[in-house]
Design a binder for this molecule. Structure first.
Ligand SMILES: *Cc1c(COP(=O)(O)O)cnc(C)c1O
Length: 357
């Protein structure tokens, strides 16, 4: 069978190490003679998995003291609700950089005055708004650091005068993050960490307990911090997979090293899009271009070749490069686990297709 190169945007490619370790743990977990799917989440073997996963997140992102790391269910989408429920008393500010940011804003409006302080909707979210003013009386500012669908990414940490909340679903662990600049970071695991089913939240302890509304126990961050992500049964298998990906990340030199590799992978592909007359990047400002999700379309004179290129790429083993339905064209996701060789293979496919025209 031809080698497959997995460019899916999410769920997406996992390190081979993670896949292999999960297979082992399903057969015989930590020498228990039982499958990880069949044992108590309160067993000492699983408690160690949870503890190690939390410690490794803290180590790899250099999380300062005064912050908790928790693993929850419900996906990043549940955080769209939990964030305002736990943090919004009067007013919250949102930067609208795409579909996910818009969904987060929609939920916040249920809990108070949630205002869109900047948006890039006017150009179908192909750039990041800059130079906006954050209201000083906002309970928090919400941003989406990587816009998975539209291929823009804020590649540095903002300094703002209100608590900063970030959806980092699709670029967490792709670069070093100065966690001290954020009050809360969250994300679904299925882009860069683990299979779907677990959500990570890194939260500054001092930010919780300030709103006056009653919060259902399971939706209260305090519950999960106090119970160390064991208030109810956590998603055991995805948490185990997350631990294995974190171990893999550490063995590769951590997030600093990942950033270097991610920059090299993205450069290789964007350079080819620039060079190749058949293709055009949808995000024109280099500063705003995502290292994780590279979006491109057929150039104006070659629009009719889209289906042909899609079919050719597929025949060459390129999987998951169709663009999101709201953007069209193509999107190649270059998450941590995607090898450099896969980007080389895609670039070769683009060159060969150009020659065949
Ligand atoms: C995928 C994604 C989400 C949604 O995640 P779910 O876990 O499916 O709820 C939210 N935000 C961003 C940036 C994403 O990429």
């Amino acid at each position: 069978m031809m080698k497959k190169h997995n460019f899916y945007a999410g769920p997406s490619i996992m390190p081979q190490y993670t896949n292999e370790q999960v297979i082992e743990a399903i057969k015989d977990f930590a020498g228990t003679g039982l499958s990880i799917m069949e044992i108590s989440h309160r067993s000492k073997e699983f408690v160690a998995v949870m503890d190690n996963a939390v410690s490794l997140v803290k180590e790899l992102l250099d999380v300062p003291s005064g912050y908790s790391v928790i693993f929850l269910g419900g996906g990043a989408s549940l955080q769209f609700t939990m964030v305002p429920m736990n943090l919004l008393e009067k007013k919250a500010a949102y930067v609208n950089t795409g579909e996910w940011a818009g969904k987060a804003l929609k939920e916040a409006k249920l809990y108070g005055e949630a205002i869109e302080i900047a948006s890039s909707k006017d150009k179908n979210f192909t750039y990041l708004p800059k130079n906006y003013t954050v209201p000083e009386d906002a309970d928090y500012l919400h941003i989406t650091t990587n816009n998975t669908i539209f291929g823009t990414e804020l590649k540095h940490d903002l300094s703002v005068n209100v608590p900063l909340v970030a959806d980092m679903s699709s670029d967490i662990f792709s670069r070093p993050v100065d966690v001290s600049k954020y009050s809360l970071i969250y994300g679904g695991a299925q882009k860069n960490l683990a299979p779907a089913g677990v959500t990570f939240v890194i939260i500054k302890d001092s930010i919780i307990g300030k709103v006056s509304r009653p919060i259902p126990t399971i939706l209260n961050y305090k519950t999960h911090i106090e119970k160390e992500s064991m208030f109810n049964t956590p998603p055991v298998l995805p948490v185990f997979a997350a631990l294995k990906t974190l171990e893999w990340l550490k063995s590769k030199g951590g997030v600093k090293e990942m950033q270097k590799i991610n920059e090299a992978k993205a450069k290789l592909l964007y350079d080819e899009i620039e060079r190749n007359k058949l293709f055009t990047a949808t995000v024109t400002d280099h500063e705003d271009r995502s290292l994780m999700n590279v979006c491109f379309v057929m150039s104006d004179n070659y629009k009719e070749l889209e289906k042909e290129f899609a079919a050719y790429a597929k025949s060459q083993g390129m999987i998951g490069i169709e663009g999101h339905r709201s953007v069209g064209g193509f999107r190649a996701s270059l998450y941590n686990a995607l090898p450099y060789e896969s980007v080389e293979a895609l670039v070769k496919t683009m060159k060969d297709f150009e020659k065949s025209i």
